[in-house]
Write a protein that binds this ligand. Structure first.
Ligand SMILES: [Zn+2]
Length: 479
């Protein structure tokens, strides 16, 4: 029986006739599902009833908000087992090389599946319906997502120069193809991507093999790019080029059907031009970058015309998988630069005249970042933007053919009330507690009206938690 979701407040894209960067709209509509995707969207005139077709199973959400589920564009869900560790010592230097690589060698594939499940539950509870995942034992990651019912793009991590995955790149290339071939995964909204780890852990030869598969199967390349000064230094020393220029030289920017590059901290304006001219998008993970490095200057990405999305990265450098919270950091670009400006430093040093100069600086930054802080633009970073990076599916929009990943939000909940502008509230509040119902790849997650409790009390969750806890107890976390 076709399911039709009805609401007086449905978040739809700009009208077809609009031009440029038109804003999202909240309008009455009926959304017809077909398996894992949205078949049709019937926009309704205000007050007009929806006339169902014979056999329709209509679910009427009344005034509750029907919105796309969030997309977290770069995760390593399995690393959630490190949450809550004091990372200050290892983040003084290169956290990835000095800590992760050592601990990750001890993690078995079965551990990856068990820990991924917990990260997947954490994501669903925050309203995330799709993750761009990058990790070792990629097949287990895909299984973990399917176990829980979270959709995702799984990039099995490829390494051949250094890192814990060095011996497994052939198996991980095969896993990529196997995930792509699986109709079971496809029906769950689980897709594949090629996952070269980074420019200093993967050779040009292995990048080439990944590209061959990406081209043959129309899959994206999802990699870390210029995330550390060591990576930047090595590219300069080994290739006489920046990491991004090297990727251009070996054909990644030109050949790949699409590129998704996480972090891009050491990517200068010339390199941003390279990304903007190719089918590349970058991913900003502000709260993670605050821990392992420092936040990239994301306003420059916008100015250069590089498409970009938002992500949490992993729970070991960002102890939440709630990608909605990252939006506030982006909005904060309107003021943040003032803090470290010469003008404000002058004021702190005792120059009272600098107070006015600091405020002028702040007013200027506000104007400069106005577009990136608009609610529709902010939400596009966790909806439509990362939802269009995979050649084989679309997500993050309520539109025909898109994955049926949907949130139903209770605007009367204290976390959202009074939601004068529901989109503004979604961009700036933490609305996870107001989730009333959720659909991922067309399947209902939890029970309507008791979303969080129904998941946490389910036998599936309890069993997943027990297994993860038992496996964690056997892992040695010392380095
Ligand atoms: Zn990462």
């Amino acid at each position: 029986m076709p399911t039709v979701l009805l609401s007086r407040r449905v978040v739809l894209g700009p009208e077809a006739s609009s031009v440029g960067d038109a804003a999202l709209r909240v309008v009455p509509a009926a959304v017809r599902l077909d398996g894992s995707t949205i078949a049709r969207v019937h926009e309704l005139a205000a007050g007009a009833p929806f006339v169902p077709e014979a056999g329709d199973d209509v679910v009427d959400f009344g005034d509750k908000l029907l919105a796309p589920a969030f997309i977290n564009a770069h995760t390593h869900l399995a690393l959630g087992f490190l949450r809550g560790l004091d990372m200050r010592g290892v983040t003084r230097g290169n956290m990835v090389e000095e800590f992760y690589f050592k601990v990750e060698r001890r993690v078995a594939p079965e551990d990856v599946r068990a820990f991924t499940r917990i990260g997947a539950y954490d994501s669903l509870l925050a309203g995330v319906g799709l993750v761009w995942e990058h990790y070792y034992a990629g097949q287990e990651v895909a299984e973990g997502l399917a176990d829980v019912g979270l959709s995702g793009v799984v990039a099995p991590t490829l390494q051949d120069l250094s890192g814990p995955g060095m011996e497994a790149w052939e198996a991980q290339l095969e896993a990529t193809a196997a995930i792509d071939d699986s109709s079971r995964f496809g029906g769950r909204g689980v897709f594949a991507a090629l996952g070269p780890h980074a420019t200093d852990t993967v050779s040009a030869e292995l990048f080439g093999k990944a590209l061959d598969l990406a081209e043959a199967r129309r899959l994206p390349v999802h990699a870390h790019l210029a995330q550390s000064v060591e990576e930047y230094r090595r590219a300069k020393a080994r290739h006489g080029a920046t990491p991004t220029a090297w990727l251009e030289r070996i054909g990644v920017l030109e050949r790949s059907p699409s590129n998704v590059f996480a972090h891009c901290i050491y990517v200068d304006r010339d390199d941003l031009g390279r990304l903007a001219r190719s089918r590349s998008a970058s991913v900003f993970c502000p709260y993670s970058q605050l821990v392992f490095g420092f936040p990239a200057l994301v306003g420059e990405w916008s100015r250069a015309g590089v498409p970009w999305g938002l992500a949490t990265d992993c729970a070991s450098s960002n102890d939440t998988m709630n990608v909605q919270r990252e939006l506030r950091f982006v909005a904060g670009q309107r003021t943040l630069g003032t803090t470290w400006s010469q003008e404000y430093q002058g004021f702190i040093a005792g120059d009272p005249a600098a107070a006015e100069a600091a405020w002028r600086r702040r007013v200027g930054l506000c104007a400069e970042h106005e577009d990136d802080a608009a609610p529709s633009r902010l939400l596009s970073r966790v909806w439509s933007e990362p939802g269009k990076w995979h050649p084989k599916f679309r997500a993050g929009v309520i539109a025909p053919g898109a994955l049926a990943n949907l949130l139903v939000l209770d605007l009367e909940h204290p976390a959202m009330w009074p939601a004068h502008e529901p989109l503004q509230a979604l961009a700036m509040a933490d609305t996870a507690p107001a989730i009333w119902a959720m659909f991922v790849a067309g399947r209902a997650i939890g029970s309507p009206g008791a979303f969080h409790e129904s998941i946490l009390r389910s036998d599936e969750y309890r069993e997943a938690h027990r297994e993860a806890r038992d496996r964690l107890a056997k892992l040695d976390l010392t380095v």
